[in-house]
Design a binder for this molecule. Sequence first.
Ligand SMILES: C[S@@+](CC[C@H](N)C(=O)[O-])C[C@H]1O[C@@H](n2cnc3c(N)ncnc32)[C@H](O)[C@@H]1O
Length: 247
Amino acid sequence: MSQHKVLFGFHAVTVRLKTAPASIVEVLFDGTRRDARMKQFLERAREAGARLIEADSLRIAKLAGSHGHQGVAARVTEVPLAHSLDDLLDGLNVPPLLLVLDGVTDPHNLGACLRVADGAGAHAVIAPKDHAAGLNATVAKVASGAAETVPYFMVTNLARTLGELKERSIWIVGTSDDAPRTLYQQDFTGPTALVLGAEGPGMRQLTRKTCDELVSIPMQGAVESLNVSVASGVCLYEALRQRSSAG
Ligand SMILES: C[S@@+](CC[C@H](N)C(=O)[O-])C[C@H]1O[C@@H](n2cnc3c(N)ncnc32)[C@H](O)[C@@H]1O
């Protein structure tokens, strides 16, 4: 059992049904839910050949480790999205767009960052092993399926990894609310790693020093900074906008 991972919630389980149905060991569903969403979900699960087990809400909550399961949870095997960051970068035929999270430890924030990384077409999310949230069921639920599509690499030494990215001519753009240049002055069309900092203190000093540029998101009101997942969205979508108009 321990080599299995658990996904819960409609989005997270549906994405796995779509992307890697063979990795699903079993799906537990709440048979008392007879609404259209559940019916559609069960149809998809049957089409994908998943083993369906009717269970009560409490049993599903036990498996999920949360009551926010919406009546579905799945036991799945791990599916590596990419073997290594190097493999992933070697296989790209477009300029890489990477999201680096330095110290994001809240699973809800990590989930939201993965979701927006998927939406904006980032190729991977990178975080330091000793200073980050791991990929757990809560992250997968909040990510709404993006934990299944965006490779998440936890690295031993973030500064070293950023150095290696630089050697690949990837431009390291850090973000901080006190940076004098705004992200709208930054060219994101080339190979780019966007670095965001921790919920409280922002990027660590060494990470900050390793960046090639620092940019800020203009703040028009009274608050000084945005939530890290919101800031990730603003930056990644600016990169997507520039890349789309560069054609
Ligand atoms: C809650 S903020 C931390 C704020 C902290 N004062 C700092 O020094 O960045 C978490 C992360 O979101 C990003 N962020 C939030 N607001 C930002 C802004 N206005 N400009 C640039 N980055 C921002 C940065 O990466 C920041 O490290």
